[in-house]
Design a protein around this ligand. Structure first.
Ligand code: G3I
Ligand code: 9MR
Ligand code: ZN
Length: 763
């Protein structure tokens, strides 16, 4: 043991010297003969190898473009970009890619179609080719492999004049520049910039493209060194409060007995045993644990252990969560729509008023004012169902931990005597109220443009706003969250509270008397669908909220009984919102409730909590996600599960539930196989390339946003091209193009705000 510790010490000295970046020769402590005797390290067999497909970077002859011949008509991986008067529609027609161009605009990239899913390795040779034709003979186009950002310069370019017959165009090139894992493959189909098409009528022409290929022909000079920022020792990068349980998670095959905690000067302050292994079938690795809860002295440390290397640094201290929490809460202000964001409150993220034109009701000429609310995510849509979840999370957080929320969060309403969180939620509610049809009480599902904008600031998305049709889920989740609002605002502003309640009752009534359906995007609306054909949960939630306010057992209990059959919906996501209903039911005046229903609802919470405890106990990273849980927004599930554990704790107190919720916090801040603290700006390694349009447009990442996280379904071209060999829990990459992994949303921040408000001693 002594020998190992001295080796660790030597290593940690080197580490800390390297970290300082000094020029002097590192001073290595004198090492005696016996110290250098190499310990035989035992390795476990790599049983996971068979599950991991081999990386085949730049395999010779392999076309890296997916669906290159457009044989899968349901999988158009190409995106349109329009500017300077350009206008086009994309489709797959007869196994070819058809770009139907209404107007070629003023410049060649006025009509662009692009694909973000190839990698180009330095010194590799490639052949880039495609077939194309155009109904406008002689039309000049540009096919480019280009840098995605900055000056968009091309690595390779083909500039043919197309004919009416399909022809093949090819170029061979060597990638001379640094490896680019995310270039953009694009076709510019607008007006040629060489002057030859000046004044020409460039309207109503079609370009057909097929057999697009980018394939490596020579990789002999390529140095494949994957940039891997992940560590084999993972800790909560924000750190730990002194009395917190502190467990480092190690990953790898080496069998090593002990680890050390070293301080900033490289001194070993603690050594502990490594326990394990635990097989991890979502990350395809072995995990081990090292408990260093005994270290309580405030300071900055790292964990080191022979073959595992070292961890990112972390702090032990009292206030480690405050800054992250403040930013996570302030993010909602930055997402505000329909108002100017001032530099005073938004810093560099300030912008003039956005999205304040009336929205047209889909399929009609009628317009409505639906300005306000928060932009949902990295896009600027405003959608009712996810908004309802967000409102609920934040109001519940406030009621469970009011001391976590002040009146000084740097929003325009700060200092008005009302906690800022209630002001912020009210901003969203005022918008929600506008989403209701004043005549019928039905609620429109969402307001967005027809398609997503480019990477522009909010005020620069100026296309027509469209209210998509009403939906059943939006109507009931609206009713539920507005009713909930009544409870929170009645003592602050009785009139506003009453408006919310009236709107909730009207929406509920509409839902009960109209057979409106779940939501499907109309054919020409391409923004987020939030399709959800099951409305029992939203209906249950609205019934519980209205029961808790009115005490009208006769009206609402039969609905509650009906909606909890055949199974009780009990989720906290944008689709299944049943757990909010259960929480409200268990919290309300017992005179309004039925003991049998209460018992079932309580059982639902405790059964879930017990499952999460068991799953967390068995899983290397100590959280409750099953191996199949790494889907779009998996980080929301992690936060939701922690929230659920705290719901259970509220009605059936159990310290283990609280501890388990904290383990979920540790995961989100770094105890995961990709070593990311998933909240921007907080931690040693945090996402920089979020799919958040203001951050992209400004070239800086807003701090305090929880990203979606690992998603093994690879639902964007970038994820598809870069992660096809990754284990489910490792399907994460920090890149702006990876919207299925690295976007942010209001309803991913909100459950984390809830959990942190309750268990992180934030003030
Ligand atoms: O629920 C199923 C699960 O049963 C199944 O096992 C699993 C495996 O495929 O898939 C699960 O469904 C996934 C669903 O998210 C879960 O919530 C779908 O595959 C996945 O495509 C779906 O992704 C949603 C995505 O929009 C695409 O529709 C995300 O949840 C949702 O957060 C996201 O929302 C977008 C909005 O559309 C637009 N605004 C930004 C926002 C965030 O990316
Ligand atoms: O940017 C969009 C993001 O906000 C959505 O969550 C996501 C899923 O609906 O879609 C993103 O938009 C992409 C679109 O779906 C396909 N073409 C590329 C778009 C991103 O640049
Ligand atoms: Zn806006």
């Amino acid at each position: 043991m002594k020998r190992i510790i001295s080796m660790l010490l030597a290593m940690s000295m080197l580490v800390s010297l390297a970290a300082c970046g000094g020029n002097e020769e590192p001073v290595v402590p004198v090492v005696t003969e016996s110290d250098t005797a190499v310990t035989e390290i035992e390795y476990l067999p790599d049983v996971f190898e068979v599950l991991r497909p081999k990386e085949d970077f730049a395999a010779i002859g392999e076309n890296v473009v997916k669906n290159p011949g457009f044989d899968d008509a349901s999988n158009l991986l190409w995106t349109p970009y329009e500017e300077s008067g350009g206008s086009a529609e994309l489709s797959i027609s007869g196994n070819q890619f058809l770009v139907n161009i209404a107007d070629g605009g003023k410049v060649s990239h006025a009509v662009q179609v692009y694909y973000d899913g190839v990698k180009l390795h330095q010194y590799a040779k490639y052949t880039f080719s495609f077939d194309a034709r155009c109904t406008l003979p002689g039309k000049k186009i540009e096919a480019r492999l280009q840098v995605n950002g900055g000056d968009y310069h091309a690595y390779a370019i083909i500039e043919p004049a197309l004919t009416e017959e399909m022809q093949t165009y090819t170029i061979d090139f060597t990638m001379e520049e640094k490896t680019d894992i995310a270039p953009r493959l694009c076709f510019n189909l607008g007006r040629a910039v060489d002057g030859s098409e000046e004044g020409a009528d460039l309207t109503n022409y079609r370009v057909y493209i097929d057999n697009i290929s980018v394939a490596c022909t020579d990789n002999s000079k390529v140095e494949f060194e994957a940039e891997d920022l992940s560590k084999n020792i993972n800790i909560n990068q924000l750190g730990y409060t002194p009395d917190a349980e502190k467990i480092a998670v190690f990953r790898g095959n080496a069998v090593i007995d002990s680890f050390a905690v070293v301080d900033e000067d490289g001194n070993v302050v603690y050594t502990g045993d490594i326990t394990g292994p635990i097989e991890n079938y979502s990350a395809f690795e072995y995990n081990w644990h090292g408990d260093f809860s005994a270290v309580t002295e405030p300071g900055t440390y790292r964990i080191v252990a022979d073959e595992f290397g070292d961890s990112y640094p972390f702090t032990i201290g009292e206030d480690i969560y405050n800054d992250a929490f403040a930013d996570l809460v302030h993010m909602f202000y930055i997402q505000r729509c329909g108002c100017e964001l001032t530099a005073e409150h938004a810093g560099d993220f300030a912008h003039p008023v956005c999205h304040n034109t009336p929205a047209r009701i889909y399929g009609t000429d009628k317009t409505m004012d639906v300005s306000g609310g928060w932009h949902d995510a990295g896009d600027y849509g405003r959608y009712v169902d996810p908004a309802a979840k967000t409102i609920a999370d934040l109001l519940l957080a406030y009621s469970a931990a009011p001391e976590a929320f002040g009146d000084d969060c740097n929003i325009p309403e700060s200092g008005n005597g009302i906690p800022d969180i209630l002001d912020e939620v009210r901003y969203e509610l005022e918008w929600m109220l506008k989403m209701q049809d004043p005549e019928t009480g039905g609620v429109y599902h969402k307001v967005t443009c027809a398609n997503f904008p480019g990477n522009v600031m909010p005020q620069d998305e100026t296309e027509e706003l469209i209210l998509s049709p009403m939906s059943r889920t939006a109507t009931y989740s609206f009713a539920a969250s507005c009713a909930m609002a009544y409870r929170y605002y009645k003592d602050i502003d009785a009139e506003f509270a009453q408006t919310c309640l009236d709107a909730a009752l009207k929406a509920y009534d509409f839902g009960m008397n109209n057979n409106i359906l779940g939501f499907k995007n109309p054919e020409d609306i391409l923004t987020g669908e939030y399709g959800d054909g099951v409305s029992n949960d939203e209906h249950l939630w609205a019934s519980c909220e209205l029961l808790s306010i009115t005490g009208d057992v006769e009206t609402y209990e039969p609905q509650i009984t009906k909606r909890m059959k055949p199974a009780i919906p009990g989720g906290l996501g944008w689709a299944d919102m049943g757990a909010y209903a259960l929480h409200t039911y268990l919290s309300m005046d017992e005179a309004y409730t039925n003991p049998e229903i209460r018992e079932q609802f309580l059982y639902c919470f405790t059964a879930k909590a017990e499952n999460y405890l068991k799953a967390s106990d068995e899983y290397g990273y100590r959280i409750s996600l099953p191996n199949s849980g790494y889907i779009w927004g998996s980080n929301m599930t992690v936060a939701n599960n922690a929230m659920m554990l705290l719901f259970a704790n509220e009605f059936a107190p159990n310290e283990e539930y609280v501890e388990c919720a904290k383990q979920h916090i540790d995961y989100l801040f770094g105890v995961n196989p990709v070593s990311y603290s998933f909240v921007t700006g907080h931690g040693a390694l945090t996402p920089n390339g979020t799919h958040h349009r203001p951050s992209i447009a400004l070239g800086q990442t807003l701090p305090g946003m929880l990203v979606g996280g690992p998603n093994c379904n690879l639902e964007d071209p970038f994820a598809l091209s870069t992660l096809s060999t990754a284990a489910p829990a490792c399907c994460y990459i920090d890149n702006t193009a990876a919207y299925s992994l690295n976007e942010i949303t209001i309803y991913w921040n909100s459950p984390l705000v809830y959990v942190m408000a309750l268990v992180c001693d934030v003030a």
